[in-house]
Design a protein around this ligand. Structure first.
Ligand SMILES: [Zn+2]
Length: 115
C-alpha cells in the first residue's frame, strides 16, 4: 500500500510506511482519550476504522501529520477529486457509469437531496 504523508503546514506529500501510519493514529487515539478532546471521536482513530478511511480515499488527519493513499497497484483515481482509493468506490449518479470515490458519491447524493 502506497501511503503518503505531509505535515499540516507542508506542501509536499512524501512516502511513508504502514507502521508509521498505524503508530500515528494510535497516538492520536490515546491523546483524544487522555486529554478528553470532545470534538474528536477516538473511534475514528481505531486501526481498522482509520485504515478504512485511508483505503476509501479520505485524508486521515492527526495533530501533526496528514495521511492519504498514493497511486499504487490496487488503487483507482477518482475523476472528481483526484484522490486514490482501493476497492469499491461509488457509481456516479450523474451518468450511472463512472466510478468515483465513496466521498464524492456521498457528496452527489447529498447534493441531489437538496433539489
Ligand atoms: Zn472523489
Amino acid at each position: 500500500m502506497n501511503i503518503l504523508m505531509k505535515s499540516h503546514e507542508g506542501i509536499e506529500w512524501n512516502k511513508t510506511t504502514l507502521e508509521n501510519f498505524l503508530e500515528s493514529v494510535e497516538i492520536t487515539r490515546d491523546l483524544i482519550i487522555e486529554l478528553a478532546i470532545s470534538d474528536r471521536d477516538p473511534k475514528e482513530y481505531e486501526e481498522k476504522y482509520a485504515l478504512g478511511l485511508l483505503r476509501s480515499g479520505r485524508v486521515v488527519d492527526t495533530p501533526a501529520i496528514l495521511f492519504k493513499l498514493g497511486e499504487g497497484n490496487n488503487t483507482t483515481k477518482c475523476p472528481i477529486c483526484g484522490s486514490f482509493y482501493m476497492g469499491m468506490g461509488a457509481l456516479s449518479r450523474r451518468d450511472n457509469k463512472t466510478d468515483i470515490c465513496s466521498q464524492c458519491g456521498m457528496d452527489e447524493a447529498i447534493e441531489d437531496m437538496k433539489f
